[in-house]
Design a protein around this ligand. Structure first.
Ligand code: SAH
Length: 393
């Protein structure tokens, strides 16, 4: 058998990989033996030549090797992918009991770095964020057909990933046919998901459980859903019995979906407006408006380490204004989906801003994503979503 090319670590750099972290950055590598092509299988060995793990090589990515197995006997072939996919599906179907719409595969959290699969009723949306997964897209699509028999599989690409990984992919159908819009059911609400043109894979499934929790706190109160996209939080609160809900987003396409969703569910106590949230919050403060609940769910402000400080300034501005808009005993829901900003950083920010405003703040729950977006204990980067629910005196 042709020997697997080897990536040799520098001395004293093996610890994270014995700890099963899946990303080997260029800086940890001493040398490469055997001329692997990008996307090929390689073995990771210590400076003394001991096998540590096996994964996929990419000279064009900062993540030079994405590790997939720590067993020297396991081959990374179609059977490997079948086992991994079956394992991921078992979590959703058998352990969590999710059958309709959910994230079926979450990249590193399911041991498949660079592959995300979402189920929207009878259709699947896949995203490849590593070159190795993209090269194996036919194998993966065939296996998904075999294991799940979806009506169609649609490929969505993520902005910026092409450059990071040296990938060339275009959105489009991979198997079967996929309608542009699919209505899904979330916590009993009907939600239209735009599979081919919606943001990301069409819908933010990660906030499913948080929407339910926030809705209960909004009963009998006026709520502001800032960065509402297709209305997830707003619709849940309106149905639960909020007196009035306002959703704000800057995307007309998102608002069209949000309004259609309100109608689909017969909800008349919710309105959606197109505005820049920062400007709109300033105006609401100037007009002395008050809300019982404010949800802030901005997009990822920090995409790289150097952007963290600026991102924190953005979050600070949002929290400062939201606290001014909250009536006594108001509920602040601060979400942050940037993996580069830690939970403690958000807690510290909330503490600082509320102290400056002399409003005592209690954190009622500090939540993450729904469990179909599990956190790999070996890859803390999979814990990206923070949803901090607070009472502001
Ligand atoms: N809360 C949503 C998800 C929000 S995603 C849900 O539960 O599904 C972030 C949203 O912020 C996107 O819809 C994007 O269009 C919007 N957005 C980004 N920058 C904005 C800005 N400055 N003002 C208003 N909306 C903005």
């Amino acid at each position: 058998m042709h020997p697997v090319p080897r990536v040799i670590l520098k001395a004293k750099r093996a610890r994270p990989f014995f700890g099963m972290h899946p990303w080997v950055f260029a800086g940890a590598i001493d040398g490469v033996e055997g001329e692997p092509r990008d996307g090929d299988v390689v073995d990771l060995v210590s400076d003394t030549g001991n096998f540590i793990a096996r994964g996929f090589f990419n000279s064009q990515s900062k993540i030079r090797v994405r590790l997939c197995t720590w067993s020297a006997d396991e081959t990374l072939d179609a059977d490997f992918f079948r086992r991994k996919l079956q394992n991921a599906i078992r979590l959703r179907r058998e352990i969590l009991g999710l059958t309709e719409s959910c994230r079926l595969v979450f990249s590193e959290a399911d041991g498949l770095s660079g592959l995300t699969v979402e189920q929207f009723e009878r259709w699947l949306v896949v995203q490849f964020t590593s070159l190795a997964m993209a090269q194996r897209k036919d194998t993966i699509a065939d296996l998904l057909m075999e294991l799940l028999q979806p009506a169609g599989i649609y490929l969505r690409t993520e902005r910026g990933v092409g450059q990071l990984e040296g990938l060339e992919l275009r959105d489009g159908p991979l198997r079967g046919e996929t309608p542009a819009i699919v209505p899904i059911t979330e916590n009993g609400l009907r939600i239209q998901v735009h599979l081919t043109e919606g943001q990301k894979t069409g819908y933010y499934l990660d906030q499913r459980d948080n929407r339910q929790v926030v809705a209960r706190l909004a009963i009998g109160r006026r709520m502001l859903d800032a960065f509402c996209y297709s209305g997830g939080f707003a619709l849940h609160a309106a149905r639960a019995g909020a007196t009035a809900v306002v959703g704000i987003d800057s995307s007309e396409a998102a608002l069209t979906l949000a309004r259609a969703n309100a109608e689909l569910n017969g909800l008349t106590n919710v309105a959606f407006e197109k505005s820049d949230v920062f400007d709109r919050l300033d105006r609401l403060v100037a007009d002395r408006e008050k809300f019982g609940v404010i949800v802030l769910d901005p997009p990822k402000f920090a995409r790289s380490g150097s952007a963290v400080d600026e991102a924190l300034r953005g979050y600070r501005r949002l929290i400062v204004q939201a606290i001014k808009l909250l009536e006594p005993d108001g509920i602040l829901v601060m979400c942050c989906c940037s993996g580069l900003i830690e939970r403690q950083g958000i807690h510290d920010l909330i503490a600082e801003v509320s102290a400056q405003a002399r409003r005592a703040l209690q954190i009622l729950e500090s939540r993450g994503a729904s469990p179909d977006h599990p956190v790999s204990a070996h890859c803390p980067e999979t814990s990206y979503l923070k949803c901090v629910i607070c009472r502001v005196a």
